[in-house]
Design a protein around this ligand. Sequence first.
Ligand code: SF4
Length: 232
Amino acid sequence: MINISHIDLKLQKAPEELFPQVCEQMGYSSDSVSEEIRSKITDIIEKGLTAIQPDFIIRTTPITGWENERIDSEPVIIESKKWAKLLKKMESPEILCCFIVTLGKQIDIINEELSKKNLFDPFVLDAFGSVMVEKAADCLEAIIGMEFKKNRYECSRRFSPGYCDWELKSGQETLCRFLDPKKIGVQCMATGTMIPVKSVSAAMVVARHVPWKVPCRFCNEIKCPYRRENKE
Ligand code: SF4
């Protein structure tokens, strides 16, 4: 159904382009940092770029139901009323596509070394890792969407354990059991976190027609910071 053999995660590699995004992640304005800080941040971005080893695992499974305020498939159960409600608006939701993407363990190792010396450098590397792992997940999401489009399917946006009303710990457990991410060096902890830290797990719903890609339009959480307006 989905051919992943050719997938290449083309992540942005130019430090000067990443600089404003890393600053924003840190809560800084990239225009107002001193030359000294700019040079420090750029050094850490360059260090981070040599350390990342993006890898991923993708698996699909047929959806068996969405009536009981959750999404059921044979091995994966998504306990989310909001996403289950969204499936009612889709035409023939058939497949759950799950993935985990990671930047690899080197970033964690370097961050631990840096944290013995000062607080600023690991803070920057952590922000860099957050920016890059989101880019990796965005890239994978776009590729999955294109792959399914070849077979005339449409996909929802990705959603992760801990978002909306999908509880982090149980969500992470169900995805980790299904995906077995040890193969790409990812460990799922009892708390619901993953090691390497810069890893993202997510699911996407695949259907014949997906008029709304996220449930935000039908959600009463007006002040939710993660609200995504669906324009398609
Ligand atoms: S507004 Fe927030 S809680 Fe509601 S569906 Fe969107 S992301 Fe989820």
